[in-house]
Unconditional design. Structure first.
Length: 129
């Protein structure tokens, strides 16, 4: 009778392994969260995961942000760096363990070098609301 609970546990583990493998393999690096605020403004959130600098050093192409992000005046961007090394993300330098947040207050184009996009450039196109 003791084998029945163990057999059930084995079935559960076998069923969950594919989910754990997919979650642990990194998946789509371009994971971004867009949070709509009460006034209709959007906050574009990006996370630089731990190990990103090491992956880049190894020659891996990483795309954590789009080459061009289109936003409206009133929107914001938040970049959280969970890596042990700083990264350049367009006009922002995000140090290790830091979070950078900016609200866009006027139309324009912001362009700079980018460590976390294969093109090496990140542009933010801010349009009038």
């Amino acid at each position: 009778m003791r084998r029945r609970p163990v057999a059930g546990l084995v079935v559960l583990v076998v069923a969950l392994v594919p989910f754990a493998l997919v979650a642990g393999c990194g998946g789509d690096d371009r994971a971004s969260i867009e949070v709509v605020e009460g006034d209709g403004a959007v906050t574009h959130e990006y996370v630089i995961p731990f190990g990103t600098a090491q992956r880049l050093e190894g020659g891996e192409k990483i795309e954590l942000v789009p080459q061009t992000l289109k936003v409206e005046v009133g929107d914001s961007i938040r970049i959280r760096n969970e890596d042990a090394y700083g990264s350049q993300v367009g006009i922002f330098h995000v140090g290790a363990g830091e979070t950078v947040t900016m609200k866009f207050t006027k139309p324009g184009t912001l362009t700079g070098a980018c460590d976390v996009h294969p093109s090496g450039v990140f542009t933010i196109d801010v349009r009038a609301a």
